[in-house]
Design a protein around this ligand. Structure first.
Ligand SMILES: [Zn+2]
Ligand SMILES: [Zn+2]
Length: 165
């Protein structure tokens, strides 16, 4: 979705509200599948010719648990800031990584929001902090019940005996 900043682009001190729904449903980023549209709310503010965005993105995501491999859903939200500058306003001493140069008057809202969300996505995926995971021998999901395997930690002293027998 293109979002036009023209109403405040040349008006120092002017604000522009943001409230949009972005459709990434079905997309997958770093193990997270988007289940609902992303609601992004916030405000653009022109400060001395540069446009600062202060925004919040919310949606529901589905992950696969790192331990038991079951999928689970969770609400996600993150806040982020972004700075946009007009093409002709490049300044010498600033790092271009700190802001996005505007091409024309509109920004690619999808890209801006998605890139900021990716940075905030959880690296660890657990269906539950206490997830017991899978049995390494038979693959049984131990959250659903114990299996019949002998998973007690073995005493290395008995390994010698095992080999002899
Ligand atoms: Zn799990
Ligand atoms: Zn087992």
């Amino acid at each position: 979705m293109k979002f036009d900043l023209l109403p405040i682009l040349n008006a120092d001190g002017r604000r522009l509200a943001l409230d949009a729904q972005l459709d990434f449903v079905g997309c997958e980023e770093q193990g997270a599948v988007f289940l609902t549209p992303v609601r992004v709310t916030g405000e653009f503010l022109n400060i001395g010719g540069r446009i600062e965005l202060d925004a919040k993105a919310e949606c529901r995501l589905r992950y696969e648990c790192d331990r038991c491999l079951e999928s689970y859903e969770a609400d996600f939200s993150c806040s982020f800031k972004e700075i946009f500058k007009k093409e002709d306003a490049k300044s010498e001493d600033e790092q271009s990584a700190d802001f996005i140069i505007l091409e024309g008057t509109a920004i690619d809202l999808d890209e801006v929001v998605l890139l900021n969300m990716i940075v905030h996505l959880p690296l660890k995926h657990l269906c539950n902090e206490d997830c017991k995971g899978l049995c390494p021998d038979c693959g049984q999901n131990l959250n659903l019940g114990e299996c019949d395997c002998d998973n007690r930690p073995t005493d290395p002293r008995f390994d010698v005996l095992d080999k002899l027998l």
